[in-house]
Design a protein around this ligand. Structure first.
Ligand code: SAH
Ligand code: SF4
Length: 355
């Protein structure tokens, strides 16, 4: 049987666990340092940890539960990793190089049940949630890759925008966030971490009430219910009014900015009227919203959608700007390497099935 990943424990949980197995508190901090600062890949390399403690850790945990299946490097330096989980499932992780640092995009579920009509990840229903350890290990595998490169690269930013709906795996997501933020470990700043949700309103409220403090992005993609339901069927259960109520709760309680993601699909949601409706929806909260326009990455299975023309993107941007809405266009990374969310995985699965 596969052992649990050691990366799934917060420092507090590791302290309690070691205590229950007869080891003193300070051992947890030592082990933590070996894992996240010195980044060893075997318990036996933790040379100042008592052998009895190493033995009990080896008995119950693994350090490595993901194996690299494919690694694609783009001309712009973006690297896409396809990892195989211990149960054979494949997941994607992406490393992007920005002016402001190195950011990693992580996967939270195997497949996705939200099934948005434009997305490659939703092509396969969710077969399971990733454990907290499997999400943390994606960052560690990328960090180990950077360590091997020997240029001192350090993962500084994290976006939870890979395969899956993070708020449909809330507990493991929370553990993951606590672990990567821990000052004694990777110490990735809360303001450098962004979680993207398709708009699970109840979970937005739970997130607001938590002490997680990371940035929130919501995939809006349409300014009215008719269009949003057509693009994202989740809108039938959670219509825009309900979503905006949850967002309002977040704004009222935190006074923090939210990113509203908006994929531009040619002749579907990219007209001037849509930009005007979007500005109206944001209403008086213009200071607290940033619309992030996402040029669509075409997916073979969703041939009904095309990317908006450059002029339409420009015009949509200008209309929002004129309405006083803060807006940006997402820079693209690795378009030459199946960059759309879930694309590499779905291609690989098809290829594997063809053999
Ligand atoms: N499930 C979450 C997070 C993962 S998707 C969510 O939907 O927010 C992360 C972002 O990538 C979302 O905004 C999603 O709409 C977008 N996305 C999905 N497929 C895409 C594609 N083919 N091209 C561009 N963006 C895409
Ligand atoms: Fe799932 Fe997000 Fe893709 Fe929708 S866009 S199917 S929520 S991963």
């Amino acid at each position: 049987m596969n052992k649990e990943s050691i990366y799934g424990l917060t420092l507090d949980q590791l302290t309690v666990w070691l205590g229950e197995h007869g080891h003193r508190k300070f051992r947890a901090a030592q082990v933590w340092e070996w894992l996240y600062r010195k980044r060893v890949t075997a318990f036996s390399d933790m040379t100042d940890v008592h052998p009895a403690c190493i033995a009990v850790l080896e008995e119950h945990f693994d350090i490595s539960t993901l194996s690299e299946h494919v690694k694609q490097e783009s001309a712009d330096g973006t690297i896409k990793f396809l990892f195989r989980l211990a149960d054979g499932n494949l997941i994607e992780t992406v490393l992007m190089t920005h002016k402001f640092g190195l950011s990693v995009c992580v996967t939270t579920q195997v497949g996705c049940n939200i099934g948005c009509s434009f997305c490659a990840s939703g092509l396969l229903p969710k077969s399971r949630d990733l454990t907290g350890g499997e999400i943390v290990e994606q960052i560690m595998k990328v960090q180990l890759h950077l360590d091997q490169e020997g240029r001192g690269g350090k993962v500084s930013h994290v976006v939870v925008m890979g395969i899956g709906e993070p708020f449909d795996n809330f507990r493991n997501l929370s553990d993951f966030l606590r672990i990567i933020k821990d000052h004694k470990g990777l110490a990735i700043g809360a303001r450098h971490i962004t979680v993207s949700t398709s708009g699970l309103a109840d979970k937005i409220i739970e997130f607001t009430d938590s002490d997680l403090q990371v940035n929130l992005a919501v995939s809006l993609h349409a300014p009215n219910n008719g269009l949003r339901t057509q693009i994202m069927k989740i809108n039938r259960a959670i219509p825009i009014e309900k979503l905006m109520q949850a967002i309002q709760y977040y704004w009222d309680k935190t006074n923090r900015r939210i990113t509203l993601e908006y994929i531009l699909l040619k002749d579907v949601n990219d007209q001037r009227e849509h930009a005007l409706q979007l500005a109206e929806l944001i209403g008086a909260n213009r200071q607290l919203a940033n619309v992030n326009l996402i040029p669509y990455n075409p997916v073979d299975e969703h041939s009904q959608y095309q990317r908006s023309e450059q002029e339409s993107i420009r015009a949509f941007y200008d209309t929002l700007k004129k309405q006083g809405v803060s807006v940006s266009v997402r820079l693209e990374h690795g378009t030459d390497i199946d960059a759309a969310c879930g694309q590499l995985r779905s291609k690989q699965i098809k290829e594997d099935q063809a053999v």
